[in-house]
Design a protein around this ligand. Structure first.
Ligand SMILES: Cc1cc2nc3c(=O)[nH]c(=O)nc-3n(C[C@H](O)[C@H](O)[C@H](O)COP(=O)(O)OP(=O)(O)OC[C@H]3O[C@@H](n4cnc5c(N)ncnc54)[C@H](O)[C@@H]3O)c2cc1C
Length: 508
């Protein structure tokens, strides 16, 4: 069966070569400090095997017709995009934050489009290799990290202009049987527990940057790959057990120390074939695009989780009905609904690419992700505001359960007499985890930068948006133009970029 159980997945990654480094130790995938991240991945495998979730968490493979995990599926319709978004949202609710398995399938969707377009324009046969690799993914229910973010050195310099040429991942050798890559990718969420790493470029590349136009996939324990791992967790629980107990994440600063990648796993090779270089930007953009669309599922969930905590603590504190509280809750709900709606609408306006993969609308996806990124710290602020300071200063659980201090601690924790001291404590501990824990700090920055900072969404959006049509409204209203063309924004997908490529390669 193509859908694997969590145990099947864990048993295979447990056997991987030890190439993880955590705080001075060289460890395997069964290290205790990775348990938090594994707990999140478990949810994705368990739900795909749960008949109640089948409709959302599984799909029919377009390659084999077999039932596969939606986390290995290439979007074949608007409905697929909508289901991916909804699945992401609902799974995030279940783990109290990011579900973290989206980036793998986001990059696979991007590769399905870009390799196909590239083959059509350049006569390469990369898509054939990609489809073989995809089959392996679907048959084995693969989990993967997308490694896009380079260390990037001086932000205002292009890859080839950097003092050290390795500050962006690059191809040091291209030969018939494969490529050798050198460099590092950072902020690689889940990479320490993933089966695979799929590396793609982070930006557009000029002719001088063709060595940096590189995309490939390798097993996460491949020779030459070293992961410097940074786990983060919720606070540990001793007495007050909950469904999110033990949850955490694992980030990797991944070093590619002259890594050989076999040709069948290379999806972009600007060094071997400089004509492929412009596709680096296309791939960078398209992965970010699919990932931002996933954010229109996860980010509303995170807003909802935070709003639910804010509403609950306001209730427990007795202030729920005040206007100030309702205004703040309404603000959070508005963000969640609008971001989700932007993702939904971008799915309804999606277009089918030549590969058969559906691509959502870029303006709406970026607008939704931008709003989410801009609101994230405000949402944490609202929860902290309504909870008061105790969420950051709570004594440890032991003091509430000890013979000597328990009775007094529980007495003075009380607010609303209808709510037990234990539930008061659960509420404050839950909020402590959501906004004060180690993991909460990571999630705040993830909410801002993950999938690209709001500034990047602004750049993408404004690069695509038809400002001339927009200005025509003012020109008409101000009497500058006599006619007002009927204003209707067509769907914006990477079609425009493809048209530019077609001109570049002299094909229509
Ligand atoms: C928790 C977390 C998980 C993540 N997971 C992944 C992952 O799995 N895979 C992955 O590939 N990435 C991942 N990312 C990385 C994320 O995509 C990046 O953090 C994001 O794209 C911003 O890039 P950066 O961190 O290099 O910041 P920078 O690009 O350095 O941005 C810092 C500031 O500099 C500005 N800036 C940058 N360049 C310029 C310029 N040329 N001109 C003017 N201003 C500029 C930016 O607008 C921003 O304000 C993750 C990030 C976080 C926080």
């Amino acid at each position: 069966m193509a859908i694997k159980t969590y145990d099947e997945y864990f048993n295979r990654i447990k056997k991987m070569r030890r190439n993880l480094y955590i705080a001075g130790d060289k460890v395997g995938r069964d290290d205790e400090r990775l348990q938090g991240q594994l707990r999140i991945f478990r949810e994705t495998y368990d739900r795909a095997n749960d008949p109640d979730w089948e409709n959302l968490c599984t799909a029919a493979s377009h390659l084999t017709g077999e039932k596969i995990s939606r986390f290995t599926h290439i979007h074949q319709s608007v409905d697929d995009l909508l289901k991916k978004q909804q699945m992401t949202r609902l799974l995030c609710h279940r783990v109290g934050g990011c579900i973290m398995r989206c980036m793998g399938i986001d990059v696979m969707n991007a590769l399905s489009v870009v390799t196909h377009e590239m083959d059509q324009l350049l006569g390469t046969d990369t898509n054939k290799n990609f489809l073989k690799y995809l089959r392996y993914w679907q048959d084995n229910d693969i989990s993967a990290n997308c490694a896009q973010t380079d260390t990037k050195g001086d932000r205002l310099k292009r890859p080839h202009e950097q003092v050290d040429p390795d500050l962006y991942l690059r191809i040091v050798e291209s030969r018939p049987d494969g490529i050798v890559v050198r460099g590092a990718k950072i902020d690689n969420t889940t990479a320490p527990v993933g089966d695979e790493i799929v590396a793609v470029p982070v930006r557009f590349m000029t002719d001088k940057d063709s060595d940096y136009a590189v995309a490939f996939a390798i097993p996460a324990d491949w020779e030459g790959v070293k992961m410097l791992v940074r786990p983060a967790y919720l606070h540990k629980t001793k007495y007050l057990h909950s469904p999110v107990e033990g949850i955490g994440d694992a980030e990797s600063f991944t070093i590619f120390d002259d890594v050989f990648v076999p040709r069948e796993r290379v999806f972009l090779d600007g060094k071997g074939d400089p004509r492929q270089t412009p596709f680096a930007g296309f791939l960078a953009l398209l992965f970010a695009h699919y990932h931002r669309h996933s954010y229109t599922g996860c980010k509303p969930a995170i807003s909802e989780i935070l709003a639910s905590a804010a509403a609950l603590v306001a209730d427990y504190n007795g202030i729920e009905r005040t206007t100030a509280v309702r205004d703040k809750l309404a603000h959070m709900i508005t963000t969640a609904e609008l971001v989700f709606a932007a993702g939904q609408m971008s799915a309804y306006r999606a277009e089918k690419s030549s590969s058969g993969t559906w691509v959502p609308d870029e303006i709406l996806t970026n607008a939704g992700r931008k709003l989410a990124g801009e609101e994230i710290y405000n949402e944490f602020k609202i929860v902290a505001d309504l909870a008061g300071g105790l969420c950051a200063t709570m004594p440890f659980e032991e003091e509430f359960f000890s013979e000597e201090t328990g009775k007094l601690a529980n007495k003075y924790l009380m607010r609303n007499p209808k709510i037990s001291a234990e539930n008061q404590q659960r509420c404050f501990r839950g909020i402590e985890n959501l906004i004060v824990s180690d993991l909460a700090g990571v999630m705040q920055v993830a909410g801002l930068h993950g999938g690209g900072s709001p500034q990047m969404e602004t750049i993408t959006m404004m690069g695509r948006y038809d400002l001339e049509s927009l200005k025509s409204i003012a020109k008409y209203l101000f009497g500058i133009e006599k006619e007002l063309p009927k204003y209707e924004r067509p769907p914006v997908t990477p079609r425009a970029m493809l048209e530019r490529f077609r001109e570049l390669y002299g094909k229509t």
